[in-house]
Write a protein that binds this ligand. Sequence first.
Ligand SMILES: C[S@@+](CC[C@H](N)C(=O)[O-])C[C@H]1O[C@@H](n2cnc3c(N)ncnc32)[C@H](O)[C@@H]1O
Length: 463
Amino acid sequence: MKYLPLHLDFSGRRCVVIGGGALAERRARQLLEAGARVDLVALEAGRELRSLIASRGGDVALRGYMPGDVAAGYALAVAATDDDETNRRVAAEAARNRVPVNVAGEAARGDVIFPATVERAPLTISVASAAASPTLSRLLGARIEALVPAAYGELAKLVGKFRARAKEKIPDVRERAQFWENMLQGAVAENVFSGNAAEAEAQLSRALESPSEHSAGEVYLIGAGPGDPDLLTLRALRLLQQADVVLYDRLVSPEILEKLGGELIHVGKRPADHTVAQPDINQMLSDYARAGKRVARLKGGDPFIFGRGGEEIAHLAGEGIPFQVIPGITAASGCACYAGIPLTHRDHAQSVRFVTGQLRDGGVDLDWPSLVAPMQTLVFYMSLRGLPLICENLQKAGMDASTPAALIEKGTTPRQKVHAGTLGDMGNLTERTEVRAPTIFIVGAVVSLRPELGWFEAAKNTG
Ligand SMILES: C[S@@+](CC[C@H](N)C(=O)[O-])C[C@H]1O[C@@H](n2cnc3c(N)ncnc32)[C@H](O)[C@@H]1O
């Protein structure tokens, strides 16, 4: 490691920035933000920056660099002119006077680099690449920026407030570290992230009253989306990574399961084969949470759309177990997007209906006339077995046999297939071709846009 990452307290320290471009200005502002006293040597500088520098006791010299500008005693020099030769002279003077220097564009020539930073004050995350590629550092910083919840700073402040009390209540260093680990990955942190700081503070306070009894158990009811792991939300990913145990359904794709740590338990259900009965799943959720575990209940798509998520959390609510629900991209939305079928479109559909196609007593029990409306898209979930009946009943209720329709198989995954046709010819699809669940059935004029808008399979074939 050539560069040692340190976070230095620059408040009140004198720094000099040589250069008048955008980068020099950014560095000057960064140093000012850190509380430094900045001297600026630049051919020109905006009035606002000049007065900011002056207000902190710094000097601005509106001219080019002159030997003597980097006098001994500066805590840092920044060489950020647009002339490499000048920057080198600045760096040489800094070296002679033992002033640490950062050289813009040629970081390796200096001895200080400015990392990419993600600010969650009082927390700062910095990324640097030992001057190999500032762009790579910046891109990685942007990824971290997206992954770290905005309220992490609030969490850090809360911890700071309780640190002394925790030290007094839990003198053992290891026990204390374990306590903080539980708090920072459990309900306290989640309350802060949801904007419920007062509740988080109360929880932390209660936990510190009897730290040994405290159980951080809670349940996250998470929507996994339709299959592509990239469709998980950032929140879903974060909670899955911190879960001790994950109870997952059959429809959660293998690509998503590969990403998970913790104990994985399959509780999936097939239409006719309930691997684990619903009351048993409910019981497992509350038992694990009572044992102090962070339990992720992972369901395909969105947990509140044909997912029985409501029943599971009603049980938890009844038992007084803390939970939160994380929405997922529902199959209708994910599969339609990946198949190039906009569910609504100004010229073709003003509304969309999500309908269950599940068979009941050998039939699909729906109010068919209400489904036949102009400018409407219908999306049938759980419709593979009932496909012939759905096509037949829609036509009997008055829908034209030529209405475009598509059955999407294993949507959003590398195994996605789209069987497109019309209402009149989709009824016997499974007699003509092999189709594998899960599938979703879309009916409506919007399906006709697919030849023009389909992108996913085309990308797969060329990729
Ligand atoms: C019990 S429902 C669960 C729906 C889920 N909660 C959601 O929001 O997508 C299961 C149905 O979702 C649909 N489905 C889920 N994932 C799918 C996928 N990748 N491709 C096609 N259909 C899918 C199928 O119609 C399947 O029968």
